[in-house]
Ligand binder design. Structure first.
Ligand code: SF4
Length: 199
């Protein structure tokens, strides 16, 4: 099992996710969906919750949305060892409905622990639900996408969810532009850090 090779603190975290029953979604899931990508990464990409394929595979963004996300990350040449991908809730809401506020609140302690482990500098919030539950704000995603914000000590960029873009192809370019802006901010942040270390 690949998770046997995780560092101790990750193994504990993973086990806590898999065994969690803090909300009713835990009774319905096939698998808790914790992450994919690097364990320590400067960029955390956060979606709202697992869909059917994610629930079956136990990995986030593996369906059509994930394919689009991966294609765009590849197109902008963003190294995957700099990316950690997860969701607001770790268990699939039935019928892919939006997670309720109570479910997001129940899952928040696990998400906070995940952020503490990953230690990202930048967060890309995919879609209105991830934006709402992560920031506590409810501006329409069409108004604030692509605009940098500061939350929880990190640079945060809200953008469209790939599933939304698959239904509204005209938003593909804005999503691409947002990912490109994130990559540029990531490069400048990492460069600043390197220069700081050398002083
Ligand atoms: S969604 Fe989160 S809080 Fe609810 S059971 Fe799953 S891991 Fe626990």
């Amino acid at each position: 099992m690949e998770h046997d090779f995780l560092p101790d603190e990750w193994q504990q975290f993973y086990a806590d996710c898999v065994n969690c029953r803090a909300c009713s979604l835990g009774e319905l899931r096939q698998n808790a969906v914790v992450y994919r990508g690097a364990l320590n990464a400067p960029l955390f990409i956060l979606g709202e919750g697992p869909g059917e394929k994610e629930d079956l595979q136990g990995r986030p963004f593996v369906g059509r949305s994930g394919h689009l996300l991966d294609t765009l990350l590849q197109a902008i040449d963003l190294p995957l060892d700099q990316v950690h991908i997860g969701n607001i809730v770790k268990c699939r809401p039935p019928g892919n409905r939006v997670p309720t506020e109570a479910e997001a609140t129940s899952c928040e302690p696990l998400l906070t622990r995940q952020f503490d482990l990953v230690k990202p500098k930048i967060v890309l919030l995919m879609g209105a639900t991830a934006y709402k539950y992560f920031t506590g704000q409810s501006d329409p995603i069409t108004k604030i996408r692509g605009m940098w914000q500061r939350h929880r000590g990190m640079d945060v960029m809200p953008t469209f969810h790939p599933a939304y873009v698959l239904r509204n192809n005209r938003h593909r370019l804005p999503l691409y532009d947002d990912l490109l802006a994130v990559k540029k901010r990531l490069e400048s942040t990492l460069l600043e850090e390197k220069n700081h270390e050398q002083v």
